[in-house]
Design a protein around this ligand. Structure first.
Ligand code: FRU
Length: 474
């Protein structure tokens, strides 16, 4: 297990950089059969530094191919988080009608300006690709959107939203301090502010980052808008987390249905997640991936040659609990392709290695079980009195940060009927009722968990060993 080359804790089926530091997923765009993933990347160290966009592609969001770095820091600054779109009508003029461009929209962070105390060190730039996302060239006249003098001005998520008369139109959702600003553009180059959102609503324990604006059909057929907003710090489990709002969006105004604070994932380790753009209409899914860490301890977790993994890909949709809409995060169906051997178990049972999935029915809305190894390390899972708990206090190594060893609970007032648990070398993702409640947690056991012990409430248990599709040697 302790491999000679410092690969302990390397995920077997989650995306990790080969070496170096990674944070947020960026520029996720689907291009002719390939899911492209870019990510905040510092190749020269395992802690945060001058940001690049790393790059990888996959046919299924699980089996990734590493690609050359797509964007390097330049004279305008580091390349912070952002998004990518297909400019089908060549509205930017950066391609041709016959070869329309893909456009990446990202934040420039000028480290010199930041150090000198100026408030204008973050601006938005674009880059374009004329070879289906393989290579990217920053636009000559960057930045395309300068800072209005607010220090935190970043993470543009752009979507195509044609005007009623059919004219091409782009909406940029931008995190500005602890609010969201909306901009619009007909060409992805000239941006005009059309609205803002966030005063006196939502959680404000930290700065707002990495927003995403999404359209869904609710179970009752109504069209609804969802605004994802990552928050750091100020999450429900300390540190980083992603909240969201449900409502309507029109003419640059996001009008929330209510003032409930909703969290996308109640675990401590899913941050800065956004969705893929340009997914074909014939597919129609809203596909999400997050950074599986937390700024509280991301830079000190005990991996050696790289830091951080992405969450599993998840399909977002709306569901209804007694008249209140919530977002559900279902494990993407591609995950079924990782299943190798299936074991039907009843009570305690050995586990088939460090990468597996547990599926179970919950018989009376409460349950309790644990996974453990021979050195007394364990993670305990339960639902009781309307609270789902993942207790990682004794999960393994935790001395790298005082807040890591903790027990995390989430309210779930409605009935839990079934669960799926995905375990990998250093992570645990618990999905109840196909993702109506999700908790994502990092764990660092000294050796893999070898045994599952059912205490009560679960039946029809299946354990699937999962194929190691992302070994570091790939
Ligand atoms: C979120 C974040 C973004 C920023 C990036 C910098 O984790 O802080 O707001 O663009 O990371 O790496």
């Amino acid at each position: 297990f302790e491999s000679p080359n410092g690969e302990k804790y390397r995920s077997e089926y989650h995306f990790t950089p080969k070496t170096g530091w990674m944070n947020d997923p960026n520029g996720m765009v689907y291009i002719n059969g390939d899911y492209h993933l870019f990510y905040q990347y510092y190749p020269d160290s395992t802690v945060w530094g001058p940001m690049h966009w790393g790059h990888a592609t996959s046919k299924d969001m699980l089996r990734w191919e590493h690609k050359p770095i797509a964007l390097y820091p330049d004279s305008l600054g580091y390349i912070f988080s952002g998004s990518a779109v297909f400019d089908l009508k060549n509205s930017s003029g950066l391609g041709t009608a016959g070869n329309p461009p893909y456009i990446a929209i990202y934040t420039y962070h000028d480290p010199v300006g930041a150090d000198s105390g100026s408030n204008t060190f973050q601006s938005q730039g674009i880059a374009f690709s004329l070879d289906e996302g393989k290579t990217w060239k920053p636009y000559d006249e960057n930045p395309v959107l300068e800072s209005p003098g607010i220090a935190d001005f970043r993470d543009p998520k752009v979507m195509n939203l044609p005007k009623e008369d059919g004219r091409d139109n782009w909406i940029m959702t931008l995190a500005v301090k602890d609010e969201i600003h909306f901009y619009e553009s007909s060409n992805l180059i000239n941006w005009e502010k059309i609205g803002d959102f966030g005063k006196n609503i939502g959680a404000h324990g930290g700065v707002w980052e990495c927003p995403d604006l999404l359209q869904f059909t609710a179970p009752n057929g109504e069209e609804k808008w969802v605004l994802l907003v990552s928050l750091n710090p100020g999450g429900p489990q300390m540190g980083s987390a992603t909240q969201y709002f449900i409502g309507d969006f029109m003419d640059g105004k996001f009008i929330p249905d209510d003032d409930l604070i909703r969290w996308l994932d109640y675990g401590p380790d899913n941050y800065a997640g956004v969705t893929w753009s340009n997914v074909p209409e014939s597919d129609g899914r809203t596909l999400f991936m997050g950074w599986m860490s937390n700024w509280l301890y991301a830079q000190v977790v005990p991996t050696k040659t790289w830091r951080s993994a992405m969450t599993l890909p998840r399909e977002l949709s709306l569901f209804d609990v007694d008249g209140t809409l919530l977002v559900k995060s279902k494990p993407s169906e591609e995950l079924l392709s990782l299943r190798n051997q299936t074991f039907h178990i009843s009570q305690s049972s050995p586990l088939p290695g460090q990468a597996f999935e547990l599926e179970a029915e919950i018989d009376s809305n409460t349950f309790s079980f644990k996974i453990e190894n021979n050195s007394g390390e364990e993670v305990h899972f339960s639902k009781e009195n309307g609270l789902v708990t993942v207790d990682r206090r004794k999960a393994g190594k935790s001395n790298f940060h005082p807040d890591f060893a903790a027990s995390h609970s989430a309210p779930m007032s409605w009935e839990a009927n079934e669960l799926r648990l995905f375990v990998d070398a250093n992570s645990i993702e618990l999905f109840i009722n196909d993702g109506e409640l999700v908790m994502t947690s990092l764990v660092f056991p000294e050796s893999p968990y070898t045994q599952i012990r059912i205490e009560n409430g679960l039946e029809d248990l299946k354990i699937h060993s999962l194929d190691p599709v992302m070994k570091s040697t790939d």
